[in-house]
Design a protein. Structure first.
Length: 211
Protein backbone atom coordinates (compact mmCIF):
# COMPACT_ATOMS: atom_id res chain seq x y z
CA UNK A 1 0.00 0.00 0.00
CA UNK A 2 1.38 3.38 -1.02
CA UNK A 3 1.62 5.94 1.77
CA UNK A 4 0.42 9.39 0.77
CA UNK A 5 2.62 12.46 1.14
CA UNK A 6 0.23 13.88 3.72
CA UNK A 7 0.49 10.73 5.83
CA UNK A 8 4.30 10.80 5.64
CA UNK A 9 4.39 14.40 6.83
CA UNK A 10 1.90 13.65 9.63
CA UNK A 11 3.96 10.68 10.87
CA UNK A 12 7.13 12.79 10.66
CA UNK A 13 5.53 15.54 12.75
CA UNK A 14 4.28 13.09 15.38
CA UNK A 15 7.69 11.39 15.58
CA UNK A 16 9.57 14.65 16.15
CA UNK A 17 7.10 15.88 18.76
CA UNK A 18 7.20 12.57 20.65
CA UNK A 19 11.02 12.56 20.67
CA UNK A 20 11.12 16.17 21.86
CA UNK A 21 8.67 15.61 24.70
CA UNK A 22 10.17 12.31 25.85
CA UNK A 23 13.61 13.90 26.14
CA UNK A 24 12.25 16.92 28.04
CA UNK A 25 10.13 14.87 30.44
CA UNK A 26 12.98 12.45 31.19
CA UNK A 27 15.36 15.33 31.89
CA UNK A 28 12.90 17.33 33.98
CA UNK A 29 11.80 14.37 36.12
CA UNK A 30 15.29 12.97 36.69
CA UNK A 31 17.66 15.94 36.93
CA UNK A 32 18.03 19.08 39.00
CA UNK A 33 18.73 22.50 37.52
CA UNK A 34 22.40 22.77 36.59
CA UNK A 35 23.02 19.01 36.73
CA UNK A 36 24.99 17.62 33.79
CA UNK A 37 25.68 14.19 32.35
CA UNK A 38 28.57 13.46 30.02
CA UNK A 39 27.64 11.79 26.72
CA UNK A 40 30.90 12.12 24.75
CA UNK A 41 33.51 13.39 27.16
CA UNK A 42 33.13 17.11 27.70
CA UNK A 43 32.21 17.69 24.05
CA UNK A 44 28.59 16.65 24.37
CA UNK A 45 26.70 16.94 27.64
CA UNK A 46 23.14 16.72 28.88
CA UNK A 47 23.03 19.90 30.93
CA UNK A 48 19.62 20.77 32.40
CA UNK A 49 18.50 24.38 32.43
CA UNK A 50 15.19 26.15 31.87
CA UNK A 51 14.44 29.45 30.20
CA UNK A 52 11.52 31.84 29.89
CA UNK A 53 12.37 33.05 26.45
CA UNK A 54 13.46 32.19 22.97
CA UNK A 55 15.55 29.43 21.43
CA UNK A 56 19.07 28.77 22.74
CA UNK A 57 18.29 30.34 26.11
CA UNK A 58 17.68 33.90 24.89
CA UNK A 59 15.21 36.01 26.85
CA UNK A 60 12.28 38.11 25.65
CA UNK A 61 10.83 40.81 27.89
CA UNK A 62 9.66 39.12 31.10
CA UNK A 63 6.14 37.78 31.68
CA UNK A 64 4.36 39.88 29.05
CA UNK A 65 7.13 39.16 26.55
CA UNK A 66 6.82 35.45 27.28
CA UNK A 67 3.09 35.44 26.53
CA UNK A 68 3.65 37.44 23.34
CA UNK A 69 6.40 35.05 22.28
CA UNK A 70 4.13 32.04 22.83
CA UNK A 71 1.36 33.69 20.82
CA UNK A 72 3.83 34.49 18.02
CA UNK A 73 4.91 30.84 17.99
CA UNK A 74 1.27 29.76 17.72
CA UNK A 75 0.77 32.13 14.77
CA UNK A 76 3.94 30.73 13.15
CA UNK A 77 2.74 27.14 13.60
CA UNK A 78 -0.69 27.94 12.13
CA UNK A 79 0.91 29.75 9.19
CA UNK A 80 3.33 26.91 8.39
CA UNK A 81 0.60 24.30 8.83
CA UNK A 82 -1.63 26.19 6.39
CA UNK A 83 1.25 26.57 3.94
CA UNK A 84 2.08 22.86 4.10
CA UNK A 85 -1.54 21.95 3.41
CA UNK A 86 -1.46 24.28 0.40
CA UNK A 87 1.75 22.70 -0.93
CA UNK A 88 0.40 19.17 -0.41
CA UNK A 89 -2.19 19.92 -3.10
CA UNK A 90 0.62 20.44 -5.61
CA UNK A 91 2.21 17.07 -6.54
CA UNK A 92 5.12 18.81 -8.28
CA UNK A 93 6.41 20.27 -4.99
CA UNK A 94 9.44 18.25 -3.75
CA UNK A 95 8.60 16.39 -0.55
CA UNK A 96 11.87 17.62 0.97
CA UNK A 97 10.38 21.10 1.16
CA UNK A 98 7.44 19.73 3.09
CA UNK A 99 9.72 17.88 5.51
CA UNK A 100 11.81 21.00 6.07
CA UNK A 101 8.77 23.12 6.83
CA UNK A 102 7.35 20.38 9.05
CA UNK A 103 10.58 20.28 11.08
CA UNK A 104 10.39 24.04 11.71
CA UNK A 105 6.72 23.76 12.65
CA UNK A 106 7.45 20.88 15.05
CA UNK A 107 10.22 22.81 16.74
CA UNK A 108 8.00 25.81 17.36
CA UNK A 109 5.13 23.63 18.55
CA UNK A 110 7.39 21.58 20.82
CA UNK A 111 8.40 24.70 22.76
CA UNK A 112 4.79 25.92 22.77
CA UNK A 113 3.85 22.75 24.68
CA UNK A 114 6.42 23.61 27.37
CA UNK A 115 5.16 27.17 27.73
CA UNK A 116 1.49 26.23 27.77
CA UNK A 117 1.43 23.13 29.96
CA UNK A 118 4.67 22.46 31.87
CA UNK A 119 3.85 25.05 34.53
CA UNK A 120 0.55 23.28 35.16
CA UNK A 121 1.68 19.65 35.03
CA UNK A 122 5.06 19.84 36.81
CA UNK A 123 6.35 21.04 40.15
CA UNK A 124 9.25 23.48 39.98
CA UNK A 125 12.73 22.25 39.14
CA UNK A 126 15.41 23.68 41.43
CA UNK A 127 19.12 23.23 42.07
CA UNK A 128 18.28 20.69 44.80
CA UNK A 129 14.90 19.17 43.87
CA UNK A 130 13.78 17.14 40.88
CA UNK A 131 10.41 18.13 39.43
CA UNK A 132 7.39 15.88 39.92
CA UNK A 133 4.79 15.18 37.25
CA UNK A 134 1.22 15.97 38.38
CA UNK A 135 2.25 17.18 41.88
CA UNK A 136 -0.39 17.17 44.62
CA UNK A 137 -0.01 20.87 45.29
CA UNK A 138 -0.37 21.82 41.67
CA UNK A 139 2.15 23.07 39.16
CA UNK A 140 4.68 25.87 39.48
CA UNK A 141 3.06 28.35 37.04
CA UNK A 142 -0.13 29.28 35.23
CA UNK A 143 -1.17 28.48 31.68
CA UNK A 144 1.23 29.97 29.09
CA UNK A 145 3.83 30.68 31.81
CA UNK A 146 5.73 27.39 31.82
CA UNK A 147 9.49 27.35 31.29
CA UNK A 148 11.12 25.74 28.27
CA UNK A 149 13.38 22.79 29.07
CA UNK A 150 16.87 22.89 27.52
CA UNK A 151 19.54 20.23 27.83
CA UNK A 152 21.78 19.78 24.76
CA UNK A 153 25.22 21.29 25.35
CA UNK A 154 28.19 21.11 22.98
CA UNK A 155 31.20 22.95 24.47
CA UNK A 156 33.43 21.72 21.64
CA UNK A 157 36.23 24.11 22.58
CA UNK A 158 36.52 24.94 26.30
CA UNK A 159 40.02 26.06 27.17
CA UNK A 160 42.16 28.87 28.53
CA UNK A 161 44.51 30.55 26.08
CA UNK A 162 48.17 30.72 27.15
CA UNK A 163 49.41 34.03 28.54
CA UNK A 164 51.68 34.61 25.55
CA UNK A 165 48.74 34.56 23.11
CA UNK A 166 48.24 38.04 21.56
CA UNK A 167 45.40 40.20 22.95
CA UNK A 168 43.35 37.31 24.40
CA UNK A 169 46.13 35.64 26.42
CA UNK A 170 44.88 34.10 29.68
CA UNK A 171 41.22 34.34 28.70
CA UNK A 172 38.76 31.44 28.85
CA UNK A 173 37.51 30.44 25.41
CA UNK A 174 34.23 28.55 25.09
CA UNK A 175 32.98 27.74 21.60
CA UNK A 176 29.20 27.45 21.17
CA UNK A 177 27.97 28.38 24.62
CA UNK A 178 24.17 28.01 24.08
CA UNK A 179 22.27 25.13 25.67
CA UNK A 180 19.26 24.13 23.57
CA UNK A 181 16.70 21.37 23.11
CA UNK A 182 15.54 18.98 20.40
CA UNK A 183 12.81 21.39 19.29
CA UNK A 184 15.38 24.15 18.74
CA UNK A 185 17.45 21.69 16.71
CA UNK A 186 14.42 20.87 14.54
CA UNK A 187 13.91 24.56 13.76
CA UNK A 188 17.59 25.12 12.98
CA UNK A 189 18.05 21.98 10.89
CA UNK A 190 14.82 22.57 8.98
CA UNK A 191 15.76 26.16 8.21
CA UNK A 192 19.31 25.27 7.13
CA UNK A 193 18.06 22.39 5.00
CA UNK A 194 15.61 24.62 3.16
CA UNK A 195 18.16 27.42 2.76
CA UNK A 196 20.85 25.10 1.37
CA UNK A 197 18.87 22.68 -0.78
CA UNK A 198 15.64 24.47 -1.68
CA UNK A 199 16.44 28.18 -1.78
CA UNK A 200 15.62 28.28 -5.48
CA UNK A 201 12.03 27.24 -4.77
CA UNK A 202 11.43 30.09 -2.34
CA UNK A 203 13.19 32.66 -4.52
CA UNK A 204 11.10 31.53 -7.51
CA UNK A 205 7.94 31.66 -5.41
CA UNK A 206 8.65 35.27 -4.43
CA UNK A 207 9.23 36.25 -8.06
CA UNK A 208 5.96 34.64 -9.15
CA UNK A 209 4.01 36.33 -6.34
CA UNK A 210 5.63 39.64 -7.22
CA UNK A 211 4.35 39.60 -10.79
Amino acid sequence: MKISRGTKITLFVILLLVIDQIIKILVKTNMTIGQSLSVFGNWFQIYFIENNGMAFGMQFGGGIGKILLTLLRIVLVVFIYTYIRKLLKKPEIPIGILFGLAAIMCGAFGNIIDSMFYGIFFSESTFTNVAQLFPQGGGYANFLMGKVVDMLYFPIIDTTLPEWFPIWGGRDILFFRPIFNFADACITCGAFYLAIFHWKFFSTTKKVEGK
